[in-house]
Design a protein around this ligand. Structure first.
Ligand code: ATP
Ligand code: MG
Length: 641
């Protein structure tokens, strides 16, 4: 209807309208942050339907489920229930939907189950045992990580079995192959399998390929710069017949290289799709000009970019506030004070975001927010004290402090894996409950009944806990530091988690040690520090109120695609951001720069950049200089607070 057309185009500019009006043939919208790419994508779905295209023949791929829901809702508000027929979702949810119809062509039942990583690990363990591979050579988590990266770069087990490198050919290849066979015999897929199997399905069976190529007459992809090879090939295969692939993205916002995303997908779009029409959007509707100037200045130093212009009509706006604080605690305290003032001026908590480079940095902000009674939510992760590695270590500390803590005992008696089985644990807990004796005593009593490795392990475990002597005479920082080492937690994390995951967990543990060290300094003459420490932690966990309207705490990675009136970009130090791990690696350094660009461009009005001159990392206080990025920002854009 003309009304609908009116609504679709009334809030689009000329460039955006042109992109939305584009009908047939491949097209790429390449444009900077906040220029309305996601809005164009949404409007285009509505326009296609308005033009008489059947909703069920439209496929729109988003980066997160959250984005998919928002898009569906917006479309539904204009088109009504017809919107439900459009295929809108992430790569994984779309693949799942197709495989529920077609999986039987691949030898699965259509009612296949999806395995969580924890379940997949068990399957890999079976394979490793069956193939007689020693756990020193390869453990299950690591194997899964490697298999996952092969899947995402589109390598089959056969490819790896023919690899030049002996480890790949003789160890990984067979594990990969057997894992797939076993999973398939369980009628199970892991997350990666969803994409891999869709790809297999489409290359295996010409009829099925043709069916979906015909069905999806229009394909739209958001955040195209962060697609990986496999995702590229899926879109390419599905779009082959109608060639109506419409991708939007920003090469400057490619920040998932470490997960296999390849910026080449966007840089080579015109080669992959000859005759592609290129649209550029140049007006940014999100941020004031000062913020844009700052972002442009930073990103202009990356080589190999598609040149882009970006201007804002929103006026210069306020200058960017820069604040240097003596310590990371002072930084958190400053940020929380400022946002308290902003809220007093009428900003709602969820209009404010606190961004940081590493997940571990959330701890101090959470502490100060709790203290000030300001509601918050940690987006894309658990709250600091609820993260798995933190809870594991707290369970150790609790058991050291209290030999009766059954819950803590159950959590860590077999973590890291020591070969103490569920039956033994059950026996110990039953004895403790029946007799009322401390669970550690019950364990000592049951121990002679156990056999072989389990017995030795339990002995060692009890010795380990005993060696801390109830935590008497320990500083908390020292206790946790020693515990992490002695219990083999660090080693476990390094060998079991993939590199990024491991890094993040170790950073969290480092932050825990820093928290404990700060506690020691705060209570130098405490009689029973371990009790007091646990009380403080638990108090923090309990007083926390659940909320939907809270200040947003999030890593820069989790902030992609989002926008906030107020942004605090924190930890701008040379030891934090750009990540010291990117040193000496040009690609990694360029990615850090894109991260900085993403961070700045989340902000609509008020941008605060903060850094601390000292930060306690892993319990050691170190002095730090300004981030190179901070030094690059011209003085006339900023004001020092
Ligand atoms: P990112 O690169 O961060 O994903 P984007 O290019 O997808 O950004 P959008 O999120 O679609 O940008 O739009 C940014 C903001 O600008 C949103 O609040 C959106 O509603 C608004 N916006 C986009 N186009 C217009 C327009 N023509 N008129 C008014 N507001 C607009
Ligand atoms: Mg977007």
């Amino acid at each position: 209807s003309p009304d609908l057309l009116q609504t679709i185009f009334s809030d689009l500019n000329t460039q955006q309208s042109e992109a939305v009006r584009h009908m047939d043939g491949p097209a790429l919208v390449l444009a900077g942050a906040g220029s309305g790419k996601t809005r164009v994508l949404t409007a285009r779905v509505m326009h296609l339907v308005q033009q008489g295209i059947a909703p069920w023949s439209i496929l729109a791929v988003t980066f997160t489920n959250k984005a998919a829901n928002e898009m569906r809702q917006r479309i539904r508000s204009q088109l009504g229930p017809a919107a439900n027929d459009a295929w809108i979702g992430t790569f994984h949810s779309i693949a799942l939907r197709i495989l529920r119809i077609e999986a039987h062509h691949l030898g699965y039942g259509n009612d296949f189950v999806i395995y969580e990583p924890a379940e997949s690990v068990k399957v890999v363990n079976k394979v490793i045992r069956k193939l007689n591979i020693s756990s020193d050579t390869l453990n299950a988590k690591r194997a899964l990580g490697i298999i996952s990266s092969y899947k995402n770069s589109n390598h089959s087990p056969q490819d790896i079995l023919a690899d030049d490198a002996p480890f790949e050919r003789e160890v990984i290849g067979p594990v990969y192959q057997h894992y797939q066979e076993l999973m398939s015999s369980f009628n199970a897929m892991d997350f990666d399998d969803l994409l891999v199997n869709l790809k297999r399905l489409l290359s295996l069976d010409a009829e099925i390929l043709a069916k979906y190529q015909q069905r999806f007459s229009y394909i739209l992809v958001d955040e195209y710069q962060d697609t990986n090879l496999l995702q590229f090939e899926l879109i390419y295969a599905l779009g082959r017949q109608h060639r109506n692939v419409f991708a939007v993205g920003d090469d400057d916002q490619s920040i998932y290289r470490f997960r296999g995303a390849t910026i080449e997908n966007i840089l080579n779009f015109e080669q992959h799709y000859p005759q592609a029409v290129l649209f550029k959007l140049e007006q940014n509707y999100r941020s004031h000009q000062t913020i844009l100037d700052c972002a442009n200045r930073i990103i202009s130093k990356n080589p190999r970019r598609h040149g882009k212009q970006l201007f804002s009509d929103l006026g210069a706006g306020e200058k960017i506030a820069v604040k240097v604080l003596p310590s990371a605690e002072d930084e958190a305290s400053f940020v929380v004070n400022q946002l308290g003032e902003l809220m007093a001026k009428g900003f709602r908590p969820n209009e404010i975001a606190v961004l940081y480079r590493t997940n571990a940095q959330s701890r101090l902000f959470e502490t100060f927010l709790l203290r000030s009674n300001i509601p918050y939510r940690v987006v894309g992760s658990f709250e600091f004290w609820k993260r798995r590695e933190i809870q594991d270590i707290l369970a150790y500390v609790s058991l050291i402090a209290n030999p009766r803590n059954i819950q803590a005992f159950e959590r860590i008696v077999n973590y890291p894996l020591r070969g103490i089985g569920a039956t033994s644990v059950e026996k110990i807990v039953t004895v403790a409950m029946d007799t009322g004796m401390p669970v550690l005593e019950a364990a000592a009593m049951v121990e002679p009944d156990l056999r072989g490795k389990a017995r030795k392990s339990l002995q060692a475990f009890l010795e380990l806990i005993g060696s801390f002597n109830g935590g008497q005479d320990y500083l908390m920082g020292d206790l946790i530091h020693e515990l992490v080492r002695k219990a083999g937690i660090e080693r476990d994390i390094r060998t079991r988690d993939d590199e990024n995951q491991a890094q993040s967990r170790l950073e969290n543990i480092g932050e825990l040690i820093s928290a404990a060290t700060a506690f020691d300094e705060k209570y130098p003459s405490e009689q029973a520090p371990i009790q007091r420490f646990l009380e403080e932690v638990n108090l923090g966990l309990e007083t926390r109120q659940q909320t939907t309207d809270g200040v947003n705490l999030l890593t820069i990675h989790s902030a992609k695609g989002l926008e906030f009136p107020v942004v605090f970009l924190t930890g701008l130090e040379n030891t934090v951001f750009p990540s010291p791990m990117s040193m000496g690696n040009q690609f990694a350094q360029e990615e850090e720069r894109r991260l900085m660009y993403v961070a700045i461009t989340r902000c609509q009005e008020k941008l605060y950049l903060t850094r601390a001159q000292s930060r306690t990392l892993f319990g050691k206080t170190a002095f730090c200089g300004a981030s190179a990025f901070l030094r690059e920002i011209p003085d006339d854009l900023t004001v020092k607070l």
